[in-house]
Design a protein around this ligand. Structure first.
Ligand SMILES: NC(=O)C1=CN([C@@H]2O[C@H](COP(=O)(O)OP(=O)(O)OC[C@H]3O[C@@H](n4cnc5c(N)ncnc54)[C@H](OP(=O)(O)O)[C@@H]3O)[C@@H](O)[C@H]2O)C=CC1
Ligand SMILES: CC(=O)N[C@@H](CCC(=O)OP(=O)(O)O)C(=O)O
Length: 346
């Protein structure tokens, strides 16, 4: 059995990890770490676990935790993860971090977008970006995986094959994305209060959201040249789900079938990518509760442009599910172990 520890287990992404891992046949939930709920049973905080999981939350010494686990998931805020991870890595345990602290290839880019110097550039250089569809082989041999962000997973997966095949121009790409409110975490704020969000919809952090840099990092690798994008996130009144609508200029007179061939080449064997046939587009209700990313697109021949639509559940493929997918890779298990259930739909 794989002995798992989760730091930040009572946050929205952390508790989704707990939910998914209770169904994993190879996992023993060894330690659930929390600062705010020490000594309390997880089923007393999240009552959906009543009768299913009885496990007290602990505040643990990191060396003891590392010694009693084979892998530790850190599901903490940015800049908090990097306070604990160097110690865990030094103790020899595998770490999958859900924050942004180990996602970047460049400490300077992290500093520019997060406003703080990276605390450990040497460790950042050793970490692997945990998007299995793009970096599977590197992930298998990693000790530290930087699990991608939610908007970024949805957007990169939607555009990557077209840039890799040179079917769209790397210039003037627009990513317009909408997220449910769990993307902002469990701590309530004025912006995420029910009365602020319900029956409304708003763009935020326009032209300055930090996920811009993460999407650009991976799309630049795909295109083999620098890609800069316009990225506009929106908050909408639902709990889960992300829908990205992306606009890119075609480099030639390509048909739907031409572009579909590039997607099939890139994703033909992928367990979690679902390509929609011509005339069908993704919706968040198709993916919520699941680890799948649905992708569909329309070729606008009039404007020589493609409009790509992709959808994920921010808490699953956008966070905890993808982290479990990475764990499966790290331990040589079938990648879809405990993750193959379809979305909830309703
Ligand atoms: N929500 C989402 O859709 C996604 C989240 N992520 C990332 O995953 C990580 C966790 O996110 P999420 O679960 O949404 O966040 P939450 O705010 O819901 O949970 C974070 C948890 O971290 C613990 N914590 C420890 N130290 C601190 C601290 N100094 N300040 C606040 N919390 C602290 C808290 O638990 P306790 O007090 O018990 O220790 C808390 O429950 C973040 O880095 C986030 O950016 C990534 C992709 C998607
Ligand atoms: C709706 C909402 O607020 N979403 C978050 C993104 C959540 C996410 O993916 O997380 P990382 O912070 O780990 O990159 C935001 O815009 O900041």
């Amino acid at each position: 059995m794989i002995r798992v520890g989760i730091i930040g287990a009572t946050g929205y992404a952390g508790i989704e990890l707990v939910r998914l891992l209770t169904q994993h046949p190879q996992v023993e939930l060894a330690h659930l770490v929390s600062h705010s709920y020490v000594g309390q049973d997880v089923a007393g905080i999240y009552k959906n676990f009543k009768g299913i999981l009885a496990k007290d939350l602990e505040d643990m010494d990191l060396d003891v935790l590392a010694g009693e686990c084979d892998v530790v998931f850190t599901s903490l805020p940015h800049a908090t993860s990097s306070e604990v991870i160097p110690k865990l890595v030094a103790a020899g345990v595998k770490v999958i971090d859900l924050s942004a602290d180990y996602r970047y290839n460049s400490a300077a880019v992290y500093e520019a977008w997060y406003g703080v110097p990276h605390p450990d550039p040497a460790l950042l250089a050793q970490s692997v970006y945990g998007l299995p569809e793009l970096h599977r082989d590197e992930i298998k041999g990693a000790q530290l995986v930087g699990n991608p962000g939610c908007y970024t997973t949805c957007s990169i997966l939607g555009l990557y094959p077209l840039l890799q095949a040179g079917l769209v121009s790397p210039e003037n790409i627009i990513v317009d994305a909408k997220s449910g409110v769990t993307g902002a975490g469990r701590n309530p704020s004025a912006n995420t209060h029910f009365c602020e969000v319900d029956e409304s919809m708003k763009a935020y952090n326009v032209a300055r959201h930090r996920h811009t840099s993460e999407i650009e990092q991976e799309l630049s690798l795909a295109a083999g040249q620098e890609v800069l994008i316009s990225f506009t996130p929106h908050l909408i009144p639902m709990k889960r789900g992300i829908l990205s609508t992306m606009y890119a200029n075609l480099t030639g007179a390509y048909s739907h079938a031409d572009l579909m061939a590039a997607y099939e080449k890139a994703y033909g064997d992928e367990s979690f990518i679902v390509l929609h046939e011509e005339g069908s587009l993704p919706e968040v209700k198709f993916v919520n509760g699941s680890n799948y990313c649905h992708i569909g697109f329309v070729v606008d021949q009039r404007l020589k442009r493609v409009v790509v639509v992709s959808a994920i559940d921010n808490l699953v493929k956008g966070a905890a599910g993808q982290a479990v997918q990475n764990m499966n890779l790290l331990f040589g298990l079938p990648e879809n172990t405990a993750l193959s259930a379809p979305g909830w739909y309703l």
